[in-house]
Design a protein around this ligand. Structure first.
Ligand code: WT7
Length: 649
């Protein structure tokens, strides 16, 4: 890792902003000085760009650290800020959403239309008894109803928990239970790779399993047209309820610290964490960063973020940031290669997309197919490109700029996390001289440091642990139902400085380079997966005695899930190695979701452990990445690695 980053940091290409870009840029370099002069006043100013039903007088309360309160004596309505206020300002006819379905259907919503839909949906939910603080689980494809649902929940002061459609019914159930959701909003199915994938079916399975659940109703959007089973009294069709609902709905103010959503993300244990975000601070930082990082001109830009609403990027940069800013955006339901490998570029050409925000894994997969695909389309409307989810290697960065950006668009590599809620490190396109591969600098108003284990700043050109050293508006407010885990995970290490779990290094200019996770969390295609969670899925299979999972470096997906499994002696003859591997990969997909399915499952006789019984994942990573196995002297039984490697070679 260290040698790789050394090579990367020799990257010498620099791209200063052009004179034309600077001339029309939303923010200039003075913003850094302004934010540094008075950080809290800076954020208070940003917050005041929102509509407050009741203005705040206190910016930050950090007395009860690490439980932060921002703008906490103010009151606002998040949905009103994303909708009504734009209509009242005379922008009701501006398109908010251009929706493109995978089969080729399309529809659009102006701000006036989207506002009307959200009002209706809020009335539907209120009619089902949803009030401030109630939890609503959302399990939908990438269709406008997903955004409408989130905003309707927010409008009522209730709390949404969006569960990515690729998660299994088991994962769905555990999230519904953890949050005691009262309502589930889902669809019959959605389109993916030319086929309909069922969703309602998974909700039925989730709610049927075992004990009674907190769920009173399931609201079902018609999208896939696939057959569904129906539980009368519990299940309701979205379109019927919407048609019957009143279109008038007044947005009531809620306190700035009213919970807005829970989003589950993987940690270092087997149980996902329900990351809690609240209202005023979250909306302040998502809208500010969306404007500044993407140089948003809402009157003329067509913005497209390719993330699913099931992830934090979809929350902050599909739903809340762009809509708070009155942006016009594209939303696409399907995969990049359906029905043809140029689908994304066709969409950019069709809508004249000016800002594209996507992930390095997607860029690398396009690189692999070849430049002739994007080059068959007119991409000249693009003027800002964004990247998120994992480090973008300089080769992919340059390809992105040259082939997609026509050789002259700025690229902003944005580092942040589910927990940070909004972008924390990034270039600003009209200000920063770009450096391929680096996440560059903290956003104005954000304080970042790189520390050693003892909490001392490592200075320039040394690797260390990335921390956020001052509270920020869109920060995680807690882990749902588990304040101790919140403190332990993020704050135990460095007190009032937030420990992000990433390694980083600053170069001689002070620019930040991300070095990957320092804990047992993997990053597969920009999605976070936990080794412990996949291990516990594996050992839940009756064949398995023990399992260890590592994230192995992978050219396409950043990391890939590789599992080492010890089969129970009694099961040793139940299946061939190939059969067992296929079976176990499928079992993980069923337990967690297809995204967690191991790329490889190795059956081994034993796992390498220290004398205290801790699995030495580092050695397994060596094997999985095809390297010579490192230092084995701390192993309890030094012969196991030889047995493993002999068997695999
Ligand atoms: C982890 C957070 C933020 C939305 C997508 C993922 C990695 C994220 C970058 C980047 C290097 C990055 C980090 C981080 N990561 N963006 N630009 N450069 N690494 O959200 O699932 O919460 O994962 O993704 O390791 O900790 P997430």
């Amino acid at each position: 890792m260290v040698t790789r980053i050394d090579n990367l940091m020799h990257e010498s290409r620099r791209f200063p902003p052009t004179v034309e870009f600077i001339a029309d840029s939303v923010v200039g370099p003075e913003i850094y000085a302004a934010a540094a002069a008075d950080r809290l006043a800076f954020w208070a100013d940003q917050a005041r760009t929102l509509h407050w039903h009741k203005p705040f007088t206190r910016t930050l309360d950090w007395e009860d650290a690490p439980f932060a309160k921002w703008f906490d004596d103010g009151a606002l309505n998040v949905a009103y800020n994303c909708l009504d206020r734009h209509v009242l300002a005379g922008n009701g006819d501006r398109v908010a959403l251009y929706f493109e379905g995978e089969p080729g259907d399309s529809r659009s919503y102006t701000y006036a239309e989207l506002t009307a839909e959200v009002k209706r949906a809020a009335n539907v939910m209120a009619g089902l008894g949803i009030v401030q603080g109630d939890r609503v689980a959302v399990y939908l494809p990438m269709i406008p109803e997903a955004v409408i649902t989130m905003l309707a929940v927010a409008r009522l002061g209730a709390v949404h928990s969006v569960i990515f459609g690729g998660f299994s019914s088991e994962s769905l159930r555990s999230r519904i239970d953890d949050a005691s959701a009262k309502l589930v909003v889902t669809a019959d199915g959605g389109y993916r790779k030319g086929k309909v994938f069922p969703l309602k079916h998974a909700v039925d399975a989730a709610l049927a399993a075992g004990t009674e659940s907190s769920v009173e109703h399931v609201l079902v959007v018609k999208r896939g047209g696939n057959e569904v089973e129906w539980q009368h009294g519990r299940d309701l069709w979205w379109d019927e309820e919407m048609a019957a609902a009143d279109v008038e709905h007044e947005a009531m103010p809620f306190p700035a610290e009213n919970p807005l959503f829970i989003l589950y993300t993987s940690g270092t244990t087997g149980k996902p964490k329900g990351v809690l975000h609240t209202s005023g601070g979250y909306l302040t930082q998502t809208s500010f960063t969306h404007r500044a990082v993407f140089d948003l001109h809402p009157e003329t830009d067509i913005y497209w973020c390719t993330a699913d609403v099931g992830w934090i990027t979809g929350h902050s940069y599909v739903t809340y940031g762009p809509l708070a800013n009155g942006a016009t955006q594209v939303m696409y339901e399907g995969t990049p290669d359906s029905p043809h490998p140029g689908r994304w570029w066709e969409i950019i050409q069709k809508y004249g997309v000016t800002i594209l925000y996507t992930a390095p894994t997607a860029i690398r997969s396009f690189m692999k197919i070849g430049r002739h695909i994007p080059q068959a389309f007119d991409l000249s409307s693009l003027r800002v490109l964004g990247s998120v989810g994992e480090p973008i290697n300089p080769e992919a960065w340059i390809w992105y700029r040259d082939i997609i950006g026509g050789g002259n668009t700025p690229i902003v590599d944005t580092w942040w996390q589910t927990e940070t809620g909004a972008i924390m490190l990034s270039a600003l396109p009209g200000v920063t001289t770009l450096k391929p591969g680096a996440a560059q600098v903290p956003i104005p108003g954000i304080a970042i440091e790189v520390l050693d284990e003892a909490g001392t700043d490592v200075g320039l050109n040394s690797g260390g642990l990335l921390v956020v050293s001052e509270p920020w508006p869109s920060m995680i407010r807690g882990i749902w139902g588990d304040p101790e885990r919140f403190v332990e995970t993020y704050w135990e290490k460095f007190g009032t400085k937030y420990f992000a779990g990433d390694g980083a290094r600053r170069d001689h200019d002070g620019d930040y380079w991300l070095l990957g996770r320092v804990d047992d969390v993997m990053n597969v295609s920009g999605h976070r997966l936990s080794t412990a969670e996949i291990e516990s899925a594996l050992v839940s299979h009756p064949m398995v005695a023990e399992a260890a999972v590592v994230g192995a470096e992978d050219e396409a997906t950043g990391q890939a899930v590789v599992a080492f499994v010890v089969i129970k002696e009694s099961q040793a003859h139940a299946a061939t190695a190939d059969e067992a591997s296929t079976l176990l990969r499928a079992h993980v997909a069923e337990q967690i979701g297809a995204i967690a399915r191991p790329k490889l499952v190795f059956l081994v006789a034993e796992l390498p452990k220290t004398r205290s019984g801790k699995i030495m994942r580092r050695l397994l990573k060596d094997v999985a990445e095809g390297r010579e196995v490192g230092d084995t002297t701390t192993l309890a039984d030094t012969s196991v690695m030889r047995i493993i490697t002999d068997k695999l070679s």
